[in-house]
Design a protein around this ligand. Structure first.
Ligand code: PMP
Length: 355
């Protein structure tokens, strides 16, 4: 703590990302990265973009990438915003749409832990809506006065998803404030709310290219919503940093979006691996929360989550353990390749058998 820090900084507890260790080689199942490489067309496009134009600023309005996203999802270009990862987009959205020290923004008690961090940073009040004992998000919890709503769908770190009907019901009860649906994991089997943006001008759907597009290293996220919401986010971006996406990220992300067929294939593979892994873990006595994402959330009736985490780490397998109420006996396990999951299964079986 430094005396030079602002009062907000002194009181904030920053988000802790999953570790990116350098001490030895791990099977890395802790940050929901895609186990498969991006489309070869992405690498080609990035190479091509590494030319003499790097001395020039990138396109501040990201025309090519926004056009590609608009065309893929059949929306208008002015209904698309792109940012440096969806985390940045979420931060911009808080600044754009949530009022400091006003009515609380609602989000689940078990959800993405960045939501309360932004609330603290931007002095936005929030209220936690309890998930049930099986981590379902009850839509009725969101039928109350609020200053905005943020829902991860599918939710993280549980993998549970809300049906489109439930999202619609929440939107019908909330016409006045902005409802953010964070669809970081939707491409692994969830139902996207993107198709509702023309009916609900207060709906902002945020997606990332870090998971289903295998581009965590490039830092690209996008938001889809009414032109008025998108204009609001652009105004925030242009009040902070006009060039959030560099030339290489713009080129690579656009090439990925234009090669959707490749991504459909690798997502199907990940879903198949998830279902196989789930069945094997259930057969071994684990509780596995049904997941529509590229990770599963698991616990064992006898062996504590923290103990499994520690022993897996010793065996060079990294998963994520959250030391928080309600979920401290659970582990979040990213779906890797089939080979990685076989090694994981063998290791975790040995740990719980010996317990
Ligand atoms: N939303 C959720 C629910 C996430 O789990 C993540 C990944 N940590 C993000 C947003 C941020 O993703 P990124 O900044 O890599 O786009």
């Amino acid at each position: 703590m430094s005396k030079y820090w602002s009062p907000i900084l002194k009181n904030i507890k920053p988000y802790t990302p999953g570790e990116q260790p350098k001490d030895k080689k791990y099977i890395k199942l802790n940050t929901n990265e895609n186990p498969y490489p991006p489309s070869p067309k992405v690498i080609k496009a990035i190479r091509k973009a590494t030319d003499e134009t790097l001395r020039l600023y990138p396109d501040p309005v990201c025309t090519e990438l926004r056009e590609a996203i608009a065309s893929l999802y059949q929306v208008k270009e002015n209904q698309v915003f792109v940012g440096n990862g969806s985390d940045e987009l979420l931060a911009f959205a808080y600044l754009a749409f949530f009022e400091p020290a006003a009515k609380p923004v609602l989000f689940a008690d078990v959800t993405y832990s960045f939501y309360p961090v932004y609330a603290a940073l931007f002095k936005v009040n929030y209220q936690l809506i309890p998930t049930d004992d099986d981590f379902n998000i009850p839509p009725e919890g969101y039928y109350q006065e609020n200053g905005g709503i943020v829902i991860a769908n599918p939710n993280a770190p549980t993998g549970r998803s809300l049906s489109l009907e439930s999202v619609k019901a929440i939107l019908q009860h909330n016409r006045k404030c902005v409802v953010i649906i964070d669809e970081a994991y939707v491409d692994f089997g969830g139902q996207s709310a993107k198709g509702l943006i023309n009916d609900y001008p207060n709906l902002l759907v945020i997606q990332t290219m870090s998971k289903s597009w295998a581009l965590a290293g490039l830092r690209v996220g996008y938001a889809i919503g009414s032109a008025e919401l998108i204009e609001g986010i652009i105004r925030i971006k242009d009040s902070i940093n006009s060039y959030t996406l560099d030339r290489l990220a713009l080129a690579g992300a656009a090439a990925a979006i234009k090669d959707n067929a490749y991504y459909i294939k690798i997502r199907k593979k990940i879903i198949r691996t998830r279902e196989r892994l789930t069945a094997s873990l259930v057969a071994k006595g684990f509780k596995v929360i049904p997941s529509q994402s590229n990770f599963i959330f698991i616990s064992h009736p006898l062996c504590p989550g923290e103990e499994i985490f520690r022993q897996l780490r010793e065996k060079s397998i990294l998963v994520r353990h959250f030391n928080k109420p309600k979920i401290n006996n659970f582990l979040r396990v990213t779906i890797g390749t089939d080979t990685e999951m076989d090694i994981f299964l063998e290791a975790i079986s040995a740990i719980v058998t010996g317990y």
